[in-house]
Write a protein that binds this ligand. Structure first.
Ligand code: MLT
Ligand code: MG
Length: 282
């Protein structure tokens, strides 16, 4: 069951109610959703990995059951919220932070500001580069339109690009789940995040400076953050491991849940051992 708590954040407005699920014990692993989705996109990974790790899956500000803060939700503000959530949960040791797409942008912001808190990073189907001027313009159009008419048009425009062909053919229930997630996203939260993504800085320079083990994971047929681009990104990160998930597009955690869970589990075991934590098997 989700909890919803008021936490202190260094971002405006200083306090925010965040919804999250917190399952299992052990090394804390925070998994952050993409745009315009919510924490339930990580459901399969949370349910499986919690036998070995403490998996915390939050709804970012403006999404799922978390509080909507109108205006511009920067990636830095979202990262501040997550740091506040860690404080609330008493996580004073290091955590592993994973993010898909927009969740990856948030992970970059977190790494920039809170690098001492990171035991590892998982970058899924994401990009270090900022938006082009055209992409920024499109974000403004999306923000304005979603406020006016709700997220239906985003579902229509994005879904064909989110999943690969075999997911459409073999897993219509996954497509339907994604559609429901997008349709239930709070319009003002979606608008704020779109404007926040438009403002995100270039994280390319951050990559060679990342000092923790980093798993770079991408769907074989991701059209939004393609494998070639993610592999190039992985090559510039000192302690990186690059994994391609077959038969997946931009949303491997939902399209190929078992494969993603397994890739994350194997990598986490290495990180955990190298970090010198007590290793606990069930
Ligand atoms: O629009 C973006 O840049 C990110 C989005 O594709 C996402 O999946 O989070
Ligand atoms: Mg399958």
């Amino acid at each position: 069951m989700a909890q919803r708590v008021k936490i202190t954040t260094t971002a405006t407005p200083g306090e925010i109610e965040l919804a999250f699920e917190d399952t299992g014990t052990g090394l804390p692993v925070l998994l952050v959703h993409g745009f315009p989705l919510d924490r339930t996109m990580w459901k399969a990974q949370r349910e499986e990995l919690c036998d070995e790790f403490r998996v915390i899956v939050p709804d970012l500000r403006g999404f799922g059951e978390s509080q909507v803060i109108p205006g511009v939700a920067t990636m830095e503000a979202m990262a501040d919220d997550l740091a506040g959530l860690c404080n609330h949960l008493g996580l004073t040791g290091k955590i592993v932070l994973g993010g898909l797409s927009m969740g990856g942008y948030v992970a970059f912001a977190f790494a920039r500001k809170y690098r001492d808190r990171l035991a590892g990073l998982i970058l899924c189907d994401t990009r270090a580069r900022p938006d082009s001027p055209e992409a920024k313009e499109n974000r403004r159009r999306v923000a304005e339109r979603v406020r006016r008419e709700g997220p239906g048009f985003i579902a229509e425009e994005m879904i064909p690009r989110l999943c690969c062909e075999s997911t459409f053919r073999n897993h219509p229930e996954v497509i339907e789940k994604i559609r429901q997630m997008i349709l239930s996203a709070p319009p003002e939260g979606v608008a704020a995040a779109a404007l926040g993504m438009a403002e995100r800085p270039d994280s390319t320079d951050l990559l060679p400076a990342l000092s923790c083990p980093t798993l770079v994971l991408v769907g074989q047929f991701d059209a939004i953050s393609p494998p070639e681009e993610m592999e190039a990104m992985a090559r510039t990160i000192p302690q990186s491991q690059f994994v391609v998930i077959p038969d997946a597009g931009h949303l491997p955690p939902m399209e190929q849940p078992e494969r993603v869970t397994q890739a994350i589990r194997e990598w986490l075991r290495k990180v955990h051992t190298e970090a010198g934590h007590h290793h606990h098997h069930h």
